[in-house]
Design a protein around this ligand. Structure first.
Ligand code: NAD
Length: 378
């Protein structure tokens, strides 16, 4: 079996699907060859020579896209999908809940597509959970971005010229990205408050040294699979009011709240931004799914009454070396499930993890929610 690693073509994407360490362990497997497109590792700090040393052959884009199993990071464009032929396997972030066109193109191409974001979040698949590995990187990067933009120290500083109070940071959404943002802001010495509508998250916020903002007039919103349910409009309004009041006391707000497959909940209104003191900073990690702040524009910085609102796209890619290292390990572990002892492809669609990740196979859309989204796109 041949595994191909194309160079990522999406704008701003610096990550690579397999790093040399993973190539070394795959290439050590009898019957498995790895082909990497030349320059694919440049953005994450891995020159072609490192891949060659690890046992990969370095080739053209056609060589990489022509492999039996093609591994990528970012959702493929229509042109990239046209490079594929029936019977190949494609692994990557495939946006099954948001890009119906991609799913339809994949089905038409006849490839077996396995979406990293659809891997079930069960204990056995934790080492393949790329949503978590990349959200972790993004949460860390968001805090550093906020710290750089804030024009103030995060820690308390006692100096001969006086004492500086620590920054106050509010983190909205305490899933994987939010908890990492809380941990990072705490390590930098900020006073951190965390908010989530899942009550299980309150204890996790506290365990990282944050103060949970316990809006206990909202019933616990934990739904299936540990995700949050969407709030009712009335509940949302109550949350927004409470947050607007709290926002006045903060120097930095980092927002990470998401509901899978839906637009991000609106938590910080334009009025709430205007109520913050000038020089405050909001980093909205949910920018690409509509934003948690009303003023967020994905990929832009909006300044309103002296408050900066940043909507950075793809923050995980900013830390491409470690983001790729973790993603690569996730992919390597998934490949372990579909490679037989003889190095041949062994696709067991009855396996819970493979079945969960499988979006298309032999021209059919096998994932129910992806089928609905693709149907709506048609
Ligand atoms: P996510 O990216 O879907 O959402 C981020 C956070 O936003 C979540 O904590 C969610 O509760 C919160 N949120 C949604 N609407 C909100 C609102 N209106 N106000 C405030 N917060 C809101 O979440 P995630 O990081 O992918 O994690 C989701 C769940 O999955 C968590 O319970 C997490 O512990 C769990 N998880 C399990 C595994 C595993 O078992 N392998 C791995 C990772 C995460």
């Amino acid at each position: 079996m041949r595994v191909g690693v194309p160079k990522e073509a999406a704008e701003g994407e610096r990550r690579v699907a397999l790093v040399p360490d993973s190539v070394r362990s795959l290439a050590g497997h009898d019957g498995v060859d790895v082909t990497i497109e030349d320059g694919a590792g440049e953005g994450s700090g891995h020159p072609d020579s490192e891949y060659a040393d690890a046992g990969a052959s370095v080739g053209s884009a056609d060589d990489a896209w022509g492999a039996d199993v093609v591994v990528i990071v970012a959702t493929p464009s229509a042109d990239e999908i046209k490079r594929l032929r029936s019977g190949q396997v494609l692994i990557g972030f495939l946006a099954p809940l948001t890009s119906g066109e991609t799913t339809r193109d994949l089905a038409e191409s006849g490839v077996t597509s396995l979406a990293m974001e659809a891997i079930p979040r069960i204990t056995r698949a934790q080492a393949m959970d790329a949503l978590s590995s990349q959200a972790n990187v993004a949460g860390y990067a968001a805090t550093l971005l906020a710290a750089r933009e804030a024009r103030r120290f995060f820690p308390m500083m006692t100096t001969a010229a006086g004492t500086v109070a620590p920054a106050k940071v509010l983190v909205l959404g305490a899933g994987v990205a939010g908890l990492q943002a809380i941990a990072t802001a705490r390590r930098l010495g900020a006073v951190v408050t965390g908010f989530d509508i899942r009550r299980a998250a309150w204890e996790q916020i506290a365990s990282l040294g944050g103060r949970p903002l316990e809006l206990d007039f909202i019933p616990d919103a934990e739904a299936e699979g540990g995700y949050a349910r969407p709030l009712t409009e009335e509940e949302n309004e109550q949350v927004r009011e409470a947050l607007a009041e709290n926002a006045k006391r903060q120097d930095v707000i980092i927002t990470t709240a998401q509901i899978p497959g839906q637009p991000a909940p609106l938590l910080i209104t334009a009025d709430a931004v205007r109520g913050m003191h000038p020089g405050s900073v909001i980093v909205d990690l949910a920018a690409e799914s509509g934003g948690n702040c009303e003023l967020t524009r994905a990929g832009e910085t909006v300044v309103e009454d002296g408050v900066k609102v940043l909507g950075p796209p793809n923050l995980a890619s900013e830390m491409a070396t470690h983001a790729s290292q973790l993603y690569s390990k996730n992919v390597e572990n998934l490949l372990g499930l579909i490679v037989g002892d003889d190095g041949a492809l062994k696709l067991d669609l009855d396996d819970e993890v493979v079945a969960g990740a499988c979006i298309t196979h032999e021209g059919e859309i096998r994932n129910e929610r992806a089928r609905e989204v693709a149907g709506a796109a048609a």
